[in-house]
Design a protein around this ligand. Structure first.
Ligand code: HDE
Length: 693
């Protein structure tokens, strides 16, 4: 071997050094454990010659890389996960045998995946979309999956329509856009031709679909399920999860800007929260009711486009769901997790909801395709944590610990091995059934508008305005006037003023006739549980204050705000003209978290603008700084300022005298009062002044 060639096996370009194993550093190996000597260069014939096919090290690396992707989920492709546990508050054995509810204080490990529905795996977090809310409970009696959403109802009543719904919202087959949005003709065409979608449309046009954080959303099992006790007695149940930190959403203009500023806004927030050592918590609730309640309720409890108002059937809080551990590997956990609504355990059963029944086929089927093997339940994230013995064997990715042990792989047999157990095994709820085979929607599913109206009248005025504006935004992206009109023809059954206001804002000359309705809508009572703003937090805990500083910023004011925010359980981000940070008035250096422009105010729940005088005179002409302040004002945020902020306020036409949510900070007390006010999250009274069309 000549001297030059020897050299090329250990280094890249002449003179460059590479990181080589030393001391405790582990050796880099191939997939078969051979230590790699050179991770920089292929094996070639001569220094400038062709590469050699015998390079097993290179082929090992590239062949694996070439297969890194698996099919993304056909829906809910973008998701994020975390680990934790469910803790029962009481013994529910009187109503269910389900393992997690058999004793007060019992803890069951869980993995949770929260997702958007329509966008691809790489889409942005703040798309207007439903959030998937799926939980895998690793119970003593096997895995139980609740695969829910952050909205308690669904678009369609029968699983047969699911592919049509999803096709209509996903990119069009020819152009392959629009991505991760519903503001287009195909979606509105389909839903306006599908009157049962009207209730869900009200929810998705509300701020529920633009949450501030995954920590601040509700979760719902959506369908009616059954609880079954050890005597075989059944009750109906609907599952709820209420965020301990309260509900919170952003406004649409903010969502659009967050997607540009930080497309990972939601996953980053979850990741940072857990890595700080904080937990993310929901209380789990159940609406438990019997057949008699179901009979007298205004709607069919098997219809997934309807909810049961909490006022009519209270949500019994049964425990808490706590996330306390981030993922170690997002692919092995959030991508390989295979949640399936058909994963139920003794004590839980399905109802005859035709959407749920259809789902019990689709999820297992999709996992088989997506994960490429019937052995996906052997992957660590899917494997039950209870004892497991079955006689299924072999197949792609079969793992030793999950294979039958010894010679027996059939039953009955004369050797021993696992046997069925009717005492503790799964029994379906013994529901008497009869009927003629038919394809027909029940008449009891026919009222598509009453609960849509109930949702609308349950909202605060601010929320109603946001719903109206969302319809106007989405329908303004719809090119065909007849589709826009068809939507209005349905909304006329929901609320005449709502329909009229939207029509006017769309520039419609006259209202269309109402669409035919199978059932005349009823007037139902408003329900406070349906509003976000009536269920918000009462403090600034878990929220983020963005503080814009410059060289010379008053250290006393900055420190007072930081201390007050942190004492309230909030965090503080420093935004400065340069990422290197600033020197405060006391001469101390303050590192920055973001450069102005990189950390726009849409990323924060409230802001403080604390420039020193000389710097304010410069920043008043800086567009990124002006956007920071103007957006915070437009998005109705609480704003702290100092006297020297005035030139910037004036540059963006903010008249702080007219606005009760702009707070001048001079002393410690002002900072504390400001942070207390921030607990209200937004100053909605400002909105009519800053939103005119
Ligand atoms: Fe899903 N849904 N879905 N869905 N869904 C999937 O399963 C499907 C529905 C929901 O974090 C797929 O693993 C049908 C309602 C969540 O991994 C697929 C119907 C609700 C997730 C599928 C529905 C959901 C999915 C795609 C009509 C709320 C993400 C990949 C009957 C109660 C799960 C996958 C995760 C995922 C089918 C309707 C929630 C194709 C046929 C209603 C949270 O199997």
């Amino acid at each position: 071997m000549d001297k030059q060639m020897l050299k090329s096996t250990v280094q890249g370009n002449a003179g460059e050094t590479h990181q080589q194993a030393q001391g405790d550093t582990p050796n880099l190996t191939t997939t078969t454990g051979i230590v790699v000597a050179d991770n920089q260069n292929q094996l070639s014939a001569g220094t400038r010659g062709p590469v050699l096919i015998e390079d097993h090290i290179y082929r090992d690396k590239l062949a694996h890389f070439d297969r890194e992707r698996i099919p993304e989920r056909v829906v809910h492709a973008r998701g994020y996960g975390a680990h934790g546990y469910f803790e029962a508050y009481e013994d529910l054995s009187a109503v269910t045998m389900a393992a997690p509810f058999q004793a007060k204080g019992k803890k069951t490990p869980v993995f949770m995946r929260i997702s958007t529905v329509a966008g691809s795996k790489g889409s942005a977090d703040l798309a207007r979309d439903v959030r998937g809310f799926s939980i895998k409970f690793y119970t003593d009696a096997g895995n139980w999956d609740i695969v829910g959403n952050n909205i308690p109802v669904f678009f369609i009543q029968d699983a047969m329509k699911f592919p049509d719904l999803v096709h209509s919202v996903k990119p069009e087959p020819d152009s392959e856009f629009p991505q991760a949005q519903s503001a287009h003709d195909n979606f509105w065409d389909f839903v306006s031709l599908t009157p049962e979608a009207t209730h869900m449309l009200m929810w998705i046009m509300s701020d529920r679909t633009i949450p501030r954080s995954l920590r601040f959303i509700e979760g719902f099992g959506v369908h009616t399920f059954r609880l079954v006790n050890s005597k075989g007695e059944g009750k109906f149940v609907k599952f709820h999860f209420k965020p301990k930190a309260g509900l919170q959403s952003v406004v649409w203009n903010e969502a659009v800007k967050i997607n540009g500023a930080d497309p990972d806004f939601h996953r980053r927030d979850m990741w940072e929260t857990l890595n700080k050592g904080d937990t993310i918590e929901w209380e789990m609730g159940m609406q438990i009711f019997d057949d008699a309640f179901a009979e007298q309720f205004d709607f069919d409890v098997l219809d997934p486009t309807k909810l049961i108002p909490e006022e009519q059937c209270p949500v019994k809080i049964v425990g808490r769901l706590v996330l306390d551990r981030p993922m170690e590997n997002a692919f092995a956990e959030a991508e390989l997790v295979a949640v399936c609504p058909q994963n139920i355990i003794p004590g839980i059963d399905f109802s005859n909801d035709p959407l749920l029944q259809g789902r019990t086929f689709s999820y297992h089927d999709t996992q088989l395709y997506r994960l490429g093997t019937p052995n996906f339940n052997q992957f660590e994230i899917n494997a039950p944590k209870c004892p497991m013995h079955n006689l299924m064997q072999d197949g792609f990715a079969a793992r030793a610990g999950h294979q039958p042990k010894g010679r027996v792989n059939y039953e009955p047999n004369s050797w021993g091995g696992p046997r069925e157990n009717p005492k503790v095994g799964f029994h379906s709820y013994a529901e008497p059934l009869e009927g003629t085979k038919t394809r027909i929607r029940p008449e009891s599913f026919a009222d598509h508008y009453s609960q849509a109206r109930q949702f609308f009248i349950s909202q605060t005025e601010t929320e109603q305005t946001h719903i109206i504006n969302a319809f106007v935004f989405e329908l303004s992206k719809v090119k065909r006037a007849d589709i826009r009109e068809r939507v209005i023809s349905r909304l006329l059954h929901v609320d005449k003023d709502l329909a009229k206001t939207i029509a006017t804002k769309l520039g419609m000359d006259k209202l269309p006739d109402p669409a035919p309705a199978a059932v005349k809508p009823k007037d139902l009572k408003a329900s406070d549980a349906l509003s976000i703003l009536k269920n918000g937090p009462d403090s600034f805990k878990g929220r983020k204050l963005g503080v814009l500083v410059t060289d010379g910023t008053d250290a006393k004011v900055f420190n007072a705000l930081k201390n007050a925010a942190e004492a309230a359980g909030a965090s503080v981000a420093v935004i400065a003209p340069k990422i290197g940070g600033v020197n405060l008035s006391d001469g101390k250096h303050l590192p920055a978290d973001e450069k102005v422009g990189g950390g726009p105010s849409v990323l924060f729940d409230a802001v403080a603008v604390l420039p020193a005088k000389a710097e304010a005179d410069k920043l008043k002409d800086d567009s990124a700084t002006k956007d920071f302040v103007a957006d915070a004002f437009a998005h109705c945020k609480f704003i702290a300022y100092v006297a020297d902020t005035m030139p910037i306020f004036e540059a963006v036409s903010i008249d702080k005298a007219l606005d009760a949510a702009c707070h001048e900070i001079k002393a410690d007390g002002d900072a504390k009062a400001f942070i207390k006010e921030c607990g209200k999250l937004r100053f909605w009274d400002r909105e009519p002044k800053v939103s005119k069309v």
